[in-house]
Every structure is written in C-alpha cells, then in structure tokens.
Design a protein around this ligand. Structure first.
Ligand code: PLP
Length: 411
C-alpha cells in the first residue's frame, strides 16, 4: 500500500513532473492504496517504493508476459547490448525478427519495427491512406489505438481537424459498420478494429465472427485495408494474429506491449497487398532500429512458440474467474468479469450492469492493500510467471474484501 516513501516521491514529483505523473501511469484516478512508485519487479511480483510486495495483475499494463526479469529474454538483451544496440545502422536481428514474425503470423508478409504501439498505429494510418490515396478511416467508438492527436482519448491540445476524416462505428455492430462504410463513400482507406472490445469502464466483448467477417468483406469490396490492433492482445489470445481463429485475416496488424516481454519495441505487420504503400511512407525514429530489444523479442517469440505459456495463462485466468464468481455469489456482490479470462476486466456493477465506480474502486483498493495489484476499470493481465498459489492467494484477499464491501452495502 502507498506508504511514506511513496508519499515523499509524489510530493517531489508534483514539483518537477506536470500533474505529478501523466498518461496511464498516473494513479490520480486509482484508489487510495495504489502506490505510484516501484523499486523492483521479478517474475509475477512487484515491490513498491516502501517495500510492499504485490502479485501484479496488471503486468505493466501488458508488456510483461513471461514474468519480470525473465532470465533467457534478459540474457538475450544483455548479450546484444554488449555487442551493438543503437548505431548508425540496424543489426542482423532486424531481418531475423521480421522473418520470425512473418513465420508466425499467417496474414503477414512483411514487418516494420518501431518503439511504441502509438508509432505502429500511426504507421498503419499512413500506410492505409497511402494505399489508394484515400482519407477516411473507420474506428470503433471508445476503442483505444494510442495517444497521437488523431486517436488520443483526451482531446486537450488537439484540434478538430486532427479527427476530420475518422468515422466511428459501434464494435460488433454490423449495421453500424455498414453505415460508416456508406458514409465514407469512395474515400474509404481502412477499417481499424480491436481484436476484441477492450475499452475502459465498460464490459469487454469478444468479437462476433459475423462482424469480423463483414469487416473483411467490406474492405475487399471497397479496396480498403483492414487493420487489427493487436498491440494489447497480441500473443495473449493465440500464437498468431488474434482474429486468425475466426478465419479472418487482416491486411495490417499492429503489435507492441508483450512482444519483447517489456523491452521497448513495437511492430506493424502487413500482407503483400499493403507492401507498396508501406514502402512509400516515410516513418522512422532514432531508436527504432536498436538491436537489443529485437534480440529480446526474438527470444520472446521463441518462448511463445515452444512453451505452453498460453494454455497456462488461460488456465490461471479461469481459476481466478471461477474463484471470484464463487466469492461474489457467496458475498452477494454484483461482480462482472468479462473478456478472455487471461485478460479479464473485473468490476463491481450496478443493477443495469454499469460500472459502480465507488465499489469497483473499493474492491481494487482492498486487493492492492492486501498485496494483489488489481485495477478498478481497465482490463488486467494474467502472466505466465504466476502460479496457482498466486491465484489462490488473490482469491483469499478477494474474499476478505468482498466481505467488507457487502457488509458496508447493508448499512
Ligand atoms: C497500449 C495500446 C496502444 C498504444 O501503445 P503504446 O505503446 O502505449 O503507444 C495502442 N492500441 C492498443 C490496443 C493498446 O492497448
């Protein structure tokens, strides 16, 4: 729980960092026991600045897949670091990594690498518009694709023109998607889709196969590009693009977060249809070609191919979900658990199913105070380094918290 040292660091941060912290790492909206600063992370655990340990159900908001400080991945990183990292040109790792990705992701014929998911999203946007020289891009309303002016969820500092050529549809709603396509007329560049609906504050939704297939069809009819934003869910749903199991192959997919188990790298993958457009756009960054994160990603992809991490995270997620459902029933709490169990969104909801912000916060707060880092309104992540005992410990904490919440609701 946030202690004395955390408090002192926050006071200092408030003087030298705008708002004390920014972006998704700001704890301003999180419950009171959420610490702002951490000093150590290993395997499934995090330690805050005051030395408290947490089972980390946020996994760094996605990057941690195999556990913090993973020995093989970090050794690959360190070996490459000792040879060459950022330099005047890229290393052979770049070719090897593009080969590894195109070997694993069935829709992909090529890969480009960058640093953040937002870089990949922006590169996808340029590619889509360069493809046929068209402007309109469809996105699901409420979907997160990054923090550039065209997609940031908080409009401060942006102008209306930044979003002039975006049309918004309702996720999983074929009619609304068709309507948006009609609005774009003959100026449709692309449809952007999340692999499943993983917006904040509202229940997650798995993709309706009819919606995914219709998105593919509409792009084919209009000669536009279909993008799946797999930055958050990539390799947490399958060892391929997350729509592959639906039989829907996009033209472009974006990747980030877990692809190097926390080392900074993201990617845009594409098929041959999009290759020429991708070779025309000018995109680059001083650190995009760095070898060490690519070496870490190569090792992460090897572990993705060769271990049962995916089946493990699903089994652990199911164990948490089933346990929490039993606790909620026994304690009379309206707990909603949505999305894939390995990427659960867990909220206390009111009778209409809307997030009960106060009780969701109280629930996450109790979990954090008890030593399990939970989030009140953002999806969480199950890591492959977690054990059954970690899940059971979290359930034990949850039972105590649920008991307190249901007792206070009676008053
Ligand atoms: C995190 C995320 C992004 C942006 O990635 P950054 O690395 O934070 O820039 C884009 N899309 C989705 C779905 C994300 O979860």
């Amino acid at each position: 729980m946030a202690g004395k040292i955390d408090g002192e660091l926050r006071a200092r941060a408030a003087r030298v960092i705008p708002g004390g912290m920014y972006g998704h790492q700001s704890v301003a909206l999180l419950p009171p026991h959420a610490p702002q600063f951490f000093v150590r992370a290993e395997g499934a655990y995090l330690w805050d600045a005051d030395g408290n340990r947490y089972i980390d159900f946020m996994c760094g908001y996605g990057p941690n897949l195999f556990g913090y400080c993973h020995p093989e991945i970090d050794a690959a990183y360190a070996r490459q670091m000792a040879e060459i990292d950022v330099a005047t040109g890229p290393t052979p790792r770049m070719v090897e990594l593009a080969e590894a990705f195109t070997g694993m992701v069935t829709h992909a014929d090529w890969a480009m690498f960058c640093k953040n998911g937002t870089d990949a999203s922006s590169m996808a946007l340029l590619t889509a518009r360069a493809y046929r020289g068209r402007k309109k891009v469809l996105m699901a309303s409420g979907a997160y694709h990054g923090a550039a002016p065209w997609c940031t969820p908080i409009p401060a500092g942006t102008v209306e023109d930044d979003r002039a050529h975006f049309i918004y549809y309702q996720y999983n709603d074929v009619r609304s998607l068709e309507h948006a396509v009609a609005l774009a007329g003959d100026d449709l560049a692309a449809i952007f889709a999340s692999p499943f609906k993983h917006d904040v504050f509202v229940d997650q939704e798995l993709p309706d196969p009819a919606y995914a297939r219709r998105a593919r069809e509409l792009c084919d009819e209009k000669d536009a590009l279909l993008l799946v934003d797999d930055i958050r869910a990539g390799f947490r749903i399958e060892r391929n693009c997350s729509w592959a199991h639906l039989g829907v192959e996009p033209d472009l997919s974006t990747w980030g977060k877990a692809i190097a188990n926390g080392h900074p790298i993201s990617a845009l993958l594409g098929n041959d249809r999009a290759r020429e457009a991708a070779s025309k756009i000018y995109v680059t960054g001083s650190f995009w070609f760095a070898g060490a994160a690519m070496a870490a990603s190569l090792e992460t992809l090897r572990l993705i191919r060769e271990t049962d991490y995916l089946e493990r995270t699903i089994a652990l997620g199911d164990r948490l979900r089933i346990g929490l459902a039993a606790i909620a029933r026994a304690r009379g709490i309206n707990l909603s658990q949505t999305g894939p169990s390995q990427m659960p969104l867990i909220m206390i909801v009111d009778d209409e199913g809307h997030c009960d912000f106060e009780n969701s916060s109280a629930f996450a707060d109790g979990m954090i105070a008890g030593g399990a880092y939970f989030h009140p309104f953002h999806n969480m992540f199950i890591g492959a380094a977690m054990s059954e005992a970690d899940i059971d410990r979290a359930l034990e904490i949850a039972d105590g918290v649920a008991k307190r919440i249901s007792a206070s609701a009676v008053v």
